[in-house]
Design a binder for this molecule. Structure first.
Ligand code: MIG
Length: 741
């Protein structure tokens, strides 16, 4: 018999309890335990149940949008929508094996699972989730390796008129099989823990994602400046080298906002130290860089060097903050500093301590923190991480084995770093960049996809990887532009930069002992194109910032697979090599050497070639021209695209904003403005304008109105494409300075 509880319902059979948590009319939780209480969630889930709107009729639980029937003998669940369509059907539930088998019913594609190599659609494939220092275990990112730096046990099942997501809230190693073993069976299982998962119904993919980020948290609105171009290298070895790069960038007129210091800025790789021989007058250097528009980010790895009198080590030892081996001794692994110990980020006290350690760096002027090696990576164990039976202690003093905490380790570190920075500088939005993550880490940190190679295949495969990360709640993402390991070359760097313009994190990075790949390192013709595209990025900053704002409210990704907006169109289900940058911009990168043309699929409706402004009719494939200086880009008719003037770095003082209207059917859009840095927007200190376009009696009516004006609205210069006669444009605006050009 199903019984009502304060979180929903429970039913039990032979000492197995199935808890049905009702989170909303679209989101339900199914947890199988051996006792009568609802289990704790992982760190990923932040949503709480407040009011349960559901009712019970025999074996059927009904929410406003779902009917859930439960077999009270087998505890198998079937879920229907209100049209009676079967959305999910259990084939088998194995509590002991922690394995759920479901029938593949109508799903034409399975997507998500965060950072995975391979094509976007997972149907017919299987995967394993265990955060892994990929380069540490294999020479290449490649399709036979499925454990990457980040694990997000969440997938989406898709069809034309329906979609759902399943989030398996289990932090142990998990496995997913999308009809690989048996064609019509999907399964997910875990190495340990329990079956505890969420079913998120959406009809539309966008609703599924927002349901998922409602559960696990949205990305906070980032500092606008971090949407600028970022330059990194393992390593800028000393003050002179870093400053030279900074100056050269300005001389070359290549816009850039962020520079990184990789591990060699530290003294003997000791975190929170600075090698003052290589970086003399560190603070003064940072302030010089700041004066010419740079924000400097430094790397912090979790491994703490074992060294007497090194205060981080001593303090952590004294306070018992490091993880221990199964015998109870502090576990000593090996990372860059040699013998190293690992903070037990599971404990909030340890996270607070770690966060506070950043104080001096921030006082020196450092503006962001880069968390690497936080799978955690470890050189002295075959597993390439710390042993599974390493002991963590939680806030209640209970022991947890590393196999449960492993996939959360980077997540907890990101929380420590984010909240530490916030504590030190409450007025600034923190910038944290992480390699390892789990579901929910978007709440604290941007993510880069770790160690790729300077090969075309890795640029190509980054596109479906980005799309799946976006579908998994991760918006602020990017890959090492130009490729990390191995030597890049002019053509590859150029094409990769063209793609990087459209990734929220736009960072050129390369490894030690490889050819330098700063924008000027190959022939001039490449530098010139790279400049043009870096400038293009700066033209799109307001557009991108608006997308980030939207994502911070509802989880919508910036890099979107075509089906995100064209779910009815099955042709979009397997398009891996083009994506939507927000709703209106179609990006079609060139991912092969020597290629100067490519196929492009334009979904229904009209599109404009961004470069020629030629109007095209969608619903079919076209062949796009793509000489080296062109990445094919298309704007959807109706698109209203803000465009900034190019600047060498982002400052909030731009007083002109272009708005490009690509004439289509009636359209509407909002543009948001705030100071780009603080949290004042949360108190309502922002501005928002609305632009509406409609055609009427051979006239085009464009109206601009203020929705909110608590910050600043720049002067607007309007451009209209696809409408020849300027005299037949009626402009309607008040209190905004607008000029039609
Ligand atoms: O074992 O800090 O992914 O971006 O440059 C390599 C040195 C350690 C791996 C990171 C990479 C970084 C490098 N790190």
């Amino acid at each position: 018999m199903i019984r009502k509880t304060n979180y929903g319902y429970v039913v039990d059979k032979n000492n197995v309890f199935l808890h049905i948590g009702i989170y909303s009319s679209n989101v339900i939780r199914l947890a199988y335990t051996n006792d009568n209480s609802l289990p704790n969630s992982t760190f990923a889930v932040i949503k709480e149940i407040n009011n349960i709107e559901a009712s019970l009729d025999g074996n059927k639980i009904m929410t406003e949008n779902l009917d859930i029937t439960i077999d009270d003998v087998t505890l198998k669940v079937s879920i229907f929508n209100k049209e009676g369509v079967l959305l999910s059907k259990d084939r088998n539930i194995d509590i002991n094996m922690i394995n759920v088998e479901k029938e593949i019913l109508w799903e034409q594609g399975f997507y998500g699972l965060g950072e995975k190599y391979g094509w976007m659609n997972h149907k017919g494939s299987k995967f394993s989730n265990w955060n892994t220092d990929v380069l540490g275990v294999t020479p290449l990112h490649n399709a036979t390796v499925d454990e990457y730096h980040t694990s997000i046990p969440f997938y989406i099942g898709l069809d034309r008129d329906k979609a759902y997501g399943i989030y398996f809230d289990n932090s142990f190693r998990t496995k997913f099989d999308f009809g690989r073993e048996v064609e019509d069976i999907l399964s997910f299982s875990a190495e340990d823990g329990i079956i505890d998962y969420y079913f998120i119904y959406g009809e539309k993919v966008s609703n599924v994602i927002s349901g998922f980020t409602d559960l696990t948290g949205n990305m906070p609105l980032p500092r606008k400046e971090f949407l600028g171009f970022q330059q990194c290298r393992w390593s800028y070895e000393n003050r002179e080298e870093l400053i030279e790069v900074a100056h050269k960038m300005r001389e070359e007129n290549i816009p850039c906002d962020v520079l990184y210091l990789d591990i060699d800025y530290m003294k003997d790789y000791k975190v929170f130290t600075i090698d003052s021989k290589k970086f003399s007058e560190f603070k003064e250097m940072i302030s010089h860089l700041k004066s010419i528009g740079y924000k400097v980010v430094v790397i912090i790895d979790p491994g703490v060097k074992v060294e007497k009198n090194y205060w981080v080590y001593e303090e952590g030892m004294e306070k018992d903050y490091f993880v221990k081996d199964s015998k109870g001794d502090v576990y000593i692994g090996e990372v860059w500093p040699g013998d190293s110990v690992f903070p037990d980020f599971l404990r909030s006290e340890v996270r607070k301590w770690w966060g506070a350690l950043h104080k001096e760096l921030i006082m020196d002027g450092i503006e962001g923190i880069w968390n690497d090696m936080n799978e955690p990576a470890n050189f002295n164990d075959d597993s390439k991480t710390i042993p599974k039976d390493t002991i963590h202690i939680d806030d209640n003093g209970d022991k947890k084995e590393h196999k449960e905490i492993h996939n959360l380790y980077g997540f907890y570190e990101a929380e420590a770093t984010y909240n530490g920075l916030l504590e030190i500088q409450p007025e600034k939005r923190p910038f944290v960049l992480t390699r390892a993550a789990f579901a929910g880490t978007q709440r604290y940190s941007a993510l880069w996809t770790g160690d790729n190679h300077s090969i075309w295949e890795h640029m190509e495969s980054s596109i479906p990887m980005f799309m799946n990360l976006g579908l998994s709640g991760y918006t602020f993402i990017g890959a090492d532009v130009g490729g990390f390991a191995g030597d890049s070359n002019g053509e590859l760097l150029t094409r990769w930069t063209q793609l990087g313009v459209f990734t929220p994190l736009f960072r050129n990075h390369s490894a030690k002992d490889t050819l330098h790949q700063e924008p000027w390192c190959f022939e001039r013709k490449y530098t010139d194109i790279i400049r043009k595209y870096t400038e293009l990025r700066y033209r799109f900053i307001s557009y991108l910032y608006n997308l980030m704002r939207e994502s911070s409210l509802n989880g919508s990704p910036v890099i979107r697979p075509l089906f995100y907006h064209y779910q009815q169109d099955e042709k979009t289900y397997n398009i891996n090599d083009q994506f939507l940058f927000g709703k209106d911009i179609m990006v079609c990168p060139i991912v092969k050497p020597g290629m100067t043309k490519r196929m492009v699929y334009l979904p229904e409706g009209e599109w404009y070639d961004y470069w020629t402004k030629e109007k095209l009719v969608g619903g079919e494939y076209i062949i796009a021209d793509a000489p080296l200086d062109i990445i094919p880009i298309y704007i959807k008719a109706g698109g209203i695209i803000p465009e900034d003037e190019v600047s060498q770095f982002i400052s909030n003082s731009n007083d002109i904003l272009y708005i490009n209207i690509y004439k289509g059917e009636e359209s509407k859009s909002k543009i948001y403005f705030d100071d780009g840095t603080t949290f004042n927007y949360k108190e309502g200190l922002y501005s928002e304008i609305e632009i509406a376009v409609e055609e009427e009696d051979n006239h085009l009516n464009i109206s601009l109105s203020i929705d909110k004006d608590n910050y600043r609205i720049p002067k607007i210069k309007l451009r209209v494409f696809g409408w020849e006669d300027k005299n037949s444009i009626n402009l309607d605006f008040s209190e905004i300075e607008v000029e039609l050009i």
